[in-house]
Ligand binder design. Structure first.
Ligand SMILES: [Zn+2]
Ligand SMILES: [Zn+2]
Length: 179
């Protein structure tokens, strides 16, 4: 928390006093937005904020209007985020539902992942888009990063940043040790 506060004056102000977590979040700080002049590829991921569109290259948040997708996609994206966030929160809370939530998040054929990949398929009509497949520190995976795509079982290619690999065929970015 102190790292985030020292990074951004807006965040520092927002986090003053005991009640900041009970207030609406401020806009994303500028240094967490993608500053690229063009967006080459995006990922659909839940990072616990309202927006779930991120730049593949820099991992900065991408304002939806920079992509310009339509209302129906925005609605479906918000619905996906609502459900994914539910599972993500249950996993983060680390109590009796942690393992259950992890299994839902890591089930390639689970409803939340089917919905997310449908959204990604439609986003691909606008810009190269990938579904963010977080391993969530899967205890079954030991210390070895995944070698194959969770969908086609084909080999993964480097995705440009450390810890990221991708499957072009399935439009999936696999993130190792990254929530
Ligand atoms: Zn970027
Ligand atoms: Zn694949």
């Amino acid at each position: 928390m102190s790292d985030a506060a020292s990074r951004s004056p807006e965040l520092s102000d927002h986090m003053a006093g005991p009640y900041w977590k009970l207030r609406p979040a401020p806009p994303t700080p500028k240094d967490e937005l993608c500053g690229g002049a063009t967006i080459e590829a995006i990922t659909l991921r839940d990072s616990l904020g309202p927006n779930c569109v991120y730049c593949l290259r820099c991992n900065g948040e991408v304002a939806p209007e920079r992509i310009g997708f339509g209302h129906a996609i925005a609605e479906d994206m918000a619905r996906w985020r609502f459900v994914y966030r539910g599972l993500h929160s249950l996993w983060l809370d680390s109590t009796e539902y942690e393992q259950w939530a992890l299994e839902r998040l890591l089930d390639p054929d689970g409803a939340v992942n089917i919905t997310g990949r449908k959204v990604v398929a439609r986003l691909n009509e606008y810009v190269r888009s990938y579904y963010w497949w977080s391993m969530h520190n899967d205890p079954l995976m030991d210390d070895a990063p995944p070698a194959t795509c969770p969908y086609c079982n084909g080999s993964l290619a480097p995705a440009g940043r450390r810890g990221l690999q991708k499957c072009e065929l399935c439009s999936v970015v696999v993130a190792w040790n990254d929530f």
